[in-house]
Design a protein around this ligand. Structure first.
Ligand code: CP
Ligand code: NVA
Length: 312
């Protein structure tokens, strides 16, 4: 796998072999870190971390991943820089590209992260936009692989807001990696037709199965149930409407029982709103696994930086 110089904007741009290679690298870096071994592959590299939206895991992962590999991270929050206020994305990109070796962006428009990549001339990594959250999928897949020893053929059911960044990116990743993937959501929150049809094409290649349904019976046989907040960042005004729509899709003990398996794991990208998309009892029962998933953000994000920018 040679990803040197590439940006990481959406999983659409990566082959199953490249995604698998990033997971292998993350597993290797994780094993080394557990032995107290960190690297030097980002030595002398300066990395900009642009955050239009808040973050705990993603910010910490980029910071620690960068420092572990000898690089220098610089946090640029929404009120710290001119981007979006006084300066265009194109101009900010050209300035940062002259100073930094890599740029992480978290924010609203996917177009912004794409423009940053186009105009900066350095690798740009998507730390979440309204449309996609590709680094999260690497952590989810590493966690599933650690648990089940494989990805292809696993039945992964994503329940809740079926058209948010997590649903979109999980569908792309699952279709590429051969999972049996289900979006379980009310019809008004299904993913866009265009993305579904793109993923159906990936599924033909990989042998993945892709189902979009509002029937809760679809959790039967699930190896993993995944959910996310009902209102993503920037959609806080939709809270009442979403609660009304999504209450039947809460991940609770009754839904977990409907899988018919004791071995079903629960995943959540976090932060979680307990009592809404997941009950406290289900969350706590699976907390160790969910926090392994959170830890894996760091190992996988480090792998993305090392693969695209690092000297190995
Ligand atoms: N899962 C995730 O992206 O978390 P943060 O918003 O804390 O970065
Ligand atoms: N869908 C959520 C994911 C948070 C990691 C959001 O965008 O707020």
């Amino acid at each position: 796998m040679n990803l040197k110089g590439r940006s990481f904007l959406t999983l659409k741009d990566f082959t199953p072999e490249e995604i698998g290679g990033l997971l292998d690298l993350a597993a290797e870096l994780k094993a080394k870190k557990k032995q107290g071994i960190t690297g030097n592959s980002l030595k002398g590299k300066n990395i900009a971390l642009i955050f239009e939206k808040p973050s705990t895991r993603t910010r910490s992962s980029f910071t620690i991943g960068c420092v572990d590999e000898g690089g220098h991270p610089e946090y640029l929050g929404r009120d710290d820089i001119q981007l979006g206020h006084k300066e265009s994305v194109e101009d900010t990109a050209r300035v940062l590209g002259r100073m930094f070796d890599g740029i992480e962006f978290r924010g609203f428009a996917q177009e912004t992260v794409e423009k940053l990549a186009k105009y900066s001339g350095v690798p740009v990594w998507n730390g979440l936009t309204d449309e996609y959250h590709p680094t999260q999928i690497l952590a989810d897949f590493l966690t599933l692989r650690e648990q089940f020893g494989k990805l292809a053929g696993l039945k992964l059911v994503y329940v809740g807001d079926g058209r948010n960044n997590m649903a979109n990116s999980l569908m792309i990743g699952s279709a590429k990696m051969g999972l049996d993937f289900v979006i379980l959501a009310p019809k008004s929150l299904w993913p866009g037709e265009e993305l579904i049809s793109l993923c159906r094409n990936y599924a033909v290649e990989s042998g993945a199965k892709l189902t979009v349904t509002d029937d809760i019976g679809a959790v039967e046989g699930a190896d993993a149930i995944y959910t996310d907040v009902w209102c993503s960042m920037g959609e806080e005004d939709k809270a009442a409407e979403r609660v009304a729509l999504l209450a039947p899709y809460q991940v609770n003990a009754a839904m977990m029982a409907k899988t018919g398996k004791d071995s079903t794991v629960f995943l959540h990208c976090l932060p979680a709103v307990k009592g809404k998309e997941v009950t406290e009892d289900v969350f706590e029962k699976h907390a160790d696994f969910v926090f392994d998933e959170a830890e894996n953000r760091m190992h996988t994000i480090k792998a993305v930086m090392v693969a695209t920018l690092g000297e190995r």
